[in-house]
Design a binder for this molecule. Structure first.
Ligand SMILES: NC(=O)c1ccc[n+]([C@@H]2O[C@H](COP(=O)([O-])OP(=O)(O)OC[C@H]3O[C@@H](n4cnc5c(N)ncnc54)[C@H](OP(=O)(O)O)[C@@H]3O)[C@@H](O)[C@H]2O)c1
Length: 336
């Protein structure tokens, strides 16, 4: 299979290369693309150097699948061009809510992949772990209401954001003042700080990341009217998004039954009862790690839980590669 990665030099693109190799994805030729800035860079795949090329409109005719890891406005420009020639698996938010684009987490709604028109979207890195946990609970108990607060690592905002944390941490160690400028990714210092804003605010006071989590969750679970609210917060952690989730269930919430349901859920790993998962446990892991499952004291049939995921792996690259694996499987079934 001829596979392309668009945005290969970014945090997600780089992770896609690693995961294709780890999972032994059937790659015949791997083609890597970036902006002019990084073109010529060499990246390693299966112990061989692959040179990154600048993205141009004629590259797609040589591909079967293109993994896109560009920011939204670039994805909006390039995907309609790419989609005429090959299947696109996109990590950006550009087309996630479009009606004719499947928005897929394979453990949750993998069957939607076969509806694709050469474009399949990956959800946001906070939405993915959330629906992996909500979906089995939805099936077993029904969902009445969800309230989520996220604690998101800086790598979720890309390579420049990660560099900003590293730089600020070093500067702070010698107590110099940190000066933010127009190039800064974050609106305030991130080292030694917590920023309750991810994306732009709307008139109601919700940030764009919060709206993504709300709208994408409703689309994936096919619950367009699910009462769900989100507060998304950036924390000075390199990798690993955490979420505190309050869930009101339709049916009675017996904690033992909830634990049993989550224990057998695809893609979920429960922490031992005396432990809880943290970003340092999630890094390099493809599971949604869940802990602190308990009864909510504020409302009936309510539970509270804590989850953590590697945002670059299951939150991004692993989910994209799993979609591609499922595509191949569906294609084989079709041609049997
Ligand atoms: N980071 C996460 O945890 C995460 C999770 C889920 C979804 N996402 C989404 O995935 C996408 C990529 O995120 P990221 O974190 O990997 O960002 P990133 O680290 O900033 O990487 C961006 C990539 O885009 C390339 N690029 C920039 N301008 C370009 C242009 N004009 N033409 C071609 N390539 C260009 C960059 O190439 P150069 O090296 O040449 O600049 C780089 O390879 C975003 O839409 C993001 O929202 C990210």
């Amino acid at each position: 299979m001829n596979v392309g990665i668009v945005g290969a030099t970014g945090l997600v693109g780089e992770k896609v290369i690693q995961i294709l190799e780890e999972r032994n994805f059937p790659v015949k030729n791997l083609l890597l693309f970036s902006s002019e800035k990084s073109a010529g860079t060499k990246m390693v795949f299966r112990k061989e150097d692959v040179e990154v090329a600048p993205l141009t409109k004629d590259v797609f005719k040589n591909l079967d699948i293109a993994f896109f890891a560009l920011e939204e406005s670039l994805a909006k420009h390039w995907i309609p061009i790419a989609q005429k020639e090959c299947i696109v698996i996109d990590k950006s938010s550009a087309f996630r809510l479009a009606q004719d684009v499947p928005l897929v987490v394979p453990e949750v709604n993998g069957e939607k992949i076969k509806e694709h028109k050469n474009l399949i979207a990956n959800p946001n890195c906070t939405t993915i772990p959330l629906v992996v946990v909500l979906s089995p609970l939805q099936k077993e108990f029904g969902l009445k209401r969800v309230i989520v607060s996220s604690y998101q690592s800086v790598s979720g905002a890309g390579r420049n954001a990660l560099n900003e944390l590293i730089y600020e941490t070093e500067v702070l160690a010698i107590s110099e003042e940190i000066i933010k400028d127009a190039e800064s990714v974050f609106p305030a210092r991130i080292a030694g700080n917590v920023i309750p804003q991810i994306g732009k605010f709307d008139k109601q006071g919700y940030a764009s990341e919060e709206k993504k989590v709300i709208e994408e969750t409703r689309k994936i679970l096919e619950l367009p009217n699910l009462p769900i609210s989100a507060t998304c917060v950036r924390v000075p952690v390199r990798i690993g998004h955490c979420e505190s989730v309050n869930i009101e269930l339709e049916k009675e919430a017996n904690i033992d039954k909830v634990i049993k349901t989550l224990k057998s859920a695809d893609g979920v790993k429960l922490a031992d009862s005396d432990k809880y998962p943290m970003p340092i446990d999630a890094e390099g892991n493809d599971y949604v790690l869940v802990g602190r499952i308990r009864k909510d004291l504020a409302f009936e049939n309510g539970i509270v839980l804590w989850l953590v995921t590697d945002n670059l792996r299951k939150g991004a690259a692993t989910n994209a590669v799993q979609i591609a694996e499922r595509l191949i499987k569906e294609d084989h079934e079709l041609h049997k």
